[in-house]
Design a protein. Sequence first.
Length: 559
Amino acid sequence: MMEYFINYLLQVALSLALLHGIYRLFVRTETFHRLNRWVLMGSLLLSALLPAISIPAIGQQTAGIMDGFSYFLLPVVVSAEGPGTAAENLRTASLPGFWQLAGMVYITVSGILLFRLLFQLAGISRLILCSDRVPQDGYYLVISKKVHTPFSFFRYIFLNPKDLGAAGSRQILDHEEVHSRQLHSVDNLLAELYALIFWFSPVSWWHKREILLNLEYLADNGALEKGCEPGDYQLQLLKASLRDTRFALANHFAQSIIKRRIKMMNTEKSPLRRAWKYLLLIPAAAAALLLLNCTGEFEQEKTGGPDTETGREGSISESLVTPDTSHQNGTGYNFAEVDKKPVFPGGNDKILEYVGENFTYPAAAREAGIEGTVYVMFTIMADGSVNNVKAVRGEDLGGGLAEEAVRVVKSMPAWTPAEQKGKKVAVSYTLPVFCRLSTTPKRLSKDDPDNIYSFAIVNKKPQFPGGNDKIMSYIGENFLYPSEALEKDIQGSVYIQFMIEKDGSISNVKCVRGQSLGGGLAEEGVRVVSSMPAWTPGEHKGEKVAVSYTLPIFASVQK
C-alpha cells in the first residue's frame, strides 16, 4: 500500500510542477493579485485531483504493445510439513524493502514538520488566551509584550504594546486588517499543510512562497487604498522586517520578500488584455492529465498463469492474483480495470501467510506423493465477502488438493472491496496455490552440477534492476509485436523459462509454452527476455545461487 501512496504523492508533485511552472513563467509578475490568489490555491486542489482522473482511451490505440502486469507478487506455496511451514519458508528477511524504507523516511520527516506546525499553532493559541484581547470592528486586537513583530491570524491581530500609538502603527494595522478580513490565514495554513505533505518536492515550497507573497501584495494594495502614503508605508515595512520573527506561520513581515513587495507596489497596473496568459493553465492541466495517464499505460491486465505441469519447479506466476475476464459474464470486474483495488486484511502480502497457515495437506495426496499447482478462481463481492470459489485448473491432480485449496479460499475473511468511480464493485481473481510435499530447497535437475533453485523457495529472491515491478515496464517497452502476428491477428500467452545465474546474468532462455501460437510471438518473447539486464542474484542461506524462473507474457493486439 505504501508503494501506491508514494506513487500518488509523486504524481501530485508532478502535476503541481507543471501548473506552478506556467504561473511562474507567465503570471506571477502581473498585478491581478485577486485572480492570482484563486489560481495559486486552485493549483493545489487541481494537482491533488488530477492523478485520480483516468482517460480510458489512453493506451488503447496502438497495436503491438503487450499488456503489463498489475501486481508482481508471489504465489502461495503450501507444504505437507505442517501448517505455517510454507509461509515461514517464503517470508523474506526481516529487513524492510525499498518502499517500507521510503515510507519510514516520509512519515518521519512529515511527523517532524507536523510537530513544528502544531507547536506554532499552540504558541499562537497561548498568546490569544494569555493576552489582553480588545474587540474591534470584525476582529480582535491581541496586545502582548511577547509579540515582537505585528501579525494576524484569522480574526486576531497581534501587536506589542509599544506599537500602540507609535508612528506608522496605523499603516501596519491597516495592512493586518486586510489579512484578517480576507481570511488570508486559510491560504497560509493550507499552504503549510501542502508543504508538510509534499515536503520532498521543491515545487511545493516554491508554491507556498508564492502564495504567501501574493497575500502580501493583496494586503499592501488594501493598505494603500485606505490612504497610506506609499513612501512612509514602505519605510514601515522595512522597519518591521528587521524585528525578531517568532511565529513564522503567521508572520507577514519576512525580510526576504520585502524587496519584491516594494517593487510590486511601484509596478504599473497590468492592462486587462494581459489576462489571456491565465488561459495557459488549461493546456498545462491537460498536459499533466495526459502525462499521468500515459505513465499508467502498461498497468493493464495480465491473463494466464504459470505452467501447471505437476510438480514442476521454478515455474511461477508473476501475480499473486491473476485477473480474469469473468466480469464479462457479470461475476465481477477485472482487477486491472478498477480504480481502487481490493485489499486482503493486513495487506495483500498476507494472503500467502493465510493460505500457508490454514492449508492442511490431504492425507490421500500425502500418501500418494501428489504435488502440483491448483488455480482457484473467486470473486470479492461489493461487500468484501468471498464468493464463487472454484478450482479452474489442477482439479485433476487428485488427492483432495483442489478441494482443500477451495476450502481455504472460501474461509478467507472479508476483504476491503474494490471501487470503480467511487462505487464498490465485485472483482474476480485467480489464485495459484503450489502444493509441495516438502519446501526444503532442492536442485531442479539431478544432473546439473550447480545448485539451481526454485524462485518460490530461496530465502532471498532475485531482483530485476529497479525492483521486480519494473519487469512489466521493460517487457512492455521492448516487446515488438511481430508483423506476421499483427497481420493474422494472433494473440495469446507465451511462457518463457530462463535462468538467473549466480552473477545475475540471464541464460537458458526458452519458450516452454505458447510456441503453437505462431506469428513469431514465442521468438519475440525469447528475444526480449534474453535482452534483460543483469539481475541481483538470488541467495539461499547467505550463498548466491542460480534460480529458475518462468515468465508468462500475454500478447494482445489492441483494437
